[in-house]
Design a binder for this molecule. Sequence first.
Ligand code: ADP
Ligand code: MG
Ligand code: ZN
Length: 622
Amino acid sequence: MDPSANNTRSSIIYILLFIGIIILVVYNFRQQAIDSEDLTIGEVAAQIQSGRISRVVVDEDNLRVIYEDGTEAVSQKESTSTFVEQLKDLGATTDDLNPENVRIEIKPPSAWFGIVNILGYVLPFIMVAGLFWFVFRQARGGGNAAMSFGQSQARKFTGDNPTVTFEDIAGIEEAEEELYEVVEFLKEPEKFIALGARIPKGVLLMGVPGTGKTLLAKAVSGEAGVPFYSISGSEFVEMFVGVGASRVRDLFNKAKKDSPCIVFVDEIDAVGRHRGAGLGGSHDEREQTLNQILVEMDGFDTDTNVIIVAATNRPDVLDPALLRPGRFDRRVTLDRPDIRGREGILEIHVRGKPLSPDVDLKTLAQATPGFVGADIENMVNEAAILAARQEKDSIEHEDFVESIERVIAGPERKSRLISEGEKQIIAYHEAGHAITARALPEADHVHKISIISRGQAGGYTIILPEKDRTLISRNKMLADMVSMLGGRAAEDIVFSDITSGAANDLERVTSQARKMVTRLGMSSDLGPMVYGKQEELVFLGKEMSDQRDYSETVAEKIDAEIRQLVSSSYEKALEILHKYREELDQVATKLLDQETITQDELDEIFPVPNSKNAGLPVKNAA
Ligand code: ADP
Ligand code: MG
Ligand code: ZN
């Protein structure tokens, strides 16, 4: 809604209120003038009889009495009967009222007076209603007319004049590819349906703010050539229960009529949070809205070509129901871009800006670890401002360097900046995970290594199992434990010091070892037995409680056995890394250079005898 229209509306309201107040004041003033009466009806009658009065003007209930000498007084009717009748009741004779003695003028009821009278009753109502309406609108932050309350405010784009295309996006190629598929489907649904392909109903874009989720959705709208409805999750959340749900209904009805089309729900976490997680009972507005979204998604027939694309910064808080198959079954993660990605994004944002020849985008990409697309856009803009302020006719390298600092120091940047030294440690840590995993045939495969921070972890190594397993052997568990400890071991070997970076690894290794000993009977010392009872505490959700049902001696043995498993795994990790120290250095160096390493690049450095390719991502070793 354009803000000036909103302003006009509120000033109209102020004007109306002002007029209303004026009218009330005038009306009251008249009432007061009337209240200050001089004479009672009886006195008027007496004075008429005594012949002092020459003229009486009857104006509704009010009497203006004009004396022979020209002075005036006022009086008021005291009952509903006419003035003349009242005078007669008070004993005035026909002679007294003879027009030759006193002229009685009866004014026709004035239109103005009637209006004022009616307004006096109606105005307070109008004002209260107006006030209500006003408050209503303010609460909604200005929107459409109050009548369209339950209607969705989704903006519809037809894609006739796309503002963003895939050309304007860089550094998130995987996500682009996924969405390109969606676009292809919407362009030629027959091609897919002929082969019996089931097209995802929902695509969920996940990633930290500024990685280009909204941008990507806009690009899809431009490329798909089908109608594109865009709405933000927060627009569903209203102060009135039920409005959100009815908006969802309205939006989906529109979309179904327009199919094939795309519905984009930005920031879906606003409505898609875990149900029952908040305080305030289970029937709150957000929940109803979410339920309605789920109902609508389930209600789509397979031939309804409506695809829902949603974006969120917080996939962790989403209601699991949203993530079930048949809903947002396709999930696309937008990572922070690596060096190559950042260079690509830089290229896009310097397009059409005059650059001095000394600008080196590659160096700039190296100098901006952790920057997301929005940071880069911001940085290029700052550089342009700096250059303009110094009356330069092109942007120089030093402008960019200075603007990087501004963006880092800026209030909006939440991710921490990693120092060179830290970066080196993280690189070796991740390389340690990768090398140990590679060296052990039973261990899972390394899919991607990265030193771009993600959440709490400094870097991450994505390890994929060869195939879905239901049975996991003891040897494989041990191999996985070795690779989990590979990070810590690499730090130990290379820097002769260890850091807190392995905290999460250690936790996972320890719980794995405990599980092997107490639950899976994999310790030779303690035998194939289960120790301790585990109960699910229903009231605390997924919390588990352990109940000890064994002696103190056994407890000691369990501890010793767990320690044994973990420390022998650590020894093994150290051994491997000593043996492949050269490869470790190579991987770490390459990581420092380009921040991410793919499976193929790792193959080059450290080939695996019979490398089989991946299945589904199962775990990330931080
Ligand atoms: P999100 O929705 O993920 O928070 P946006 O899509 O709103 O992020 O990104 C904000 C701006 O940052 C975009 O308008 C664009 O200019 C820039 N940007 C973000 N990611 C990219 C990218 N991958 N390529 C190019 N520009 C990007
Ligand atoms: Mg966004
Ligand atoms: Zn780790």
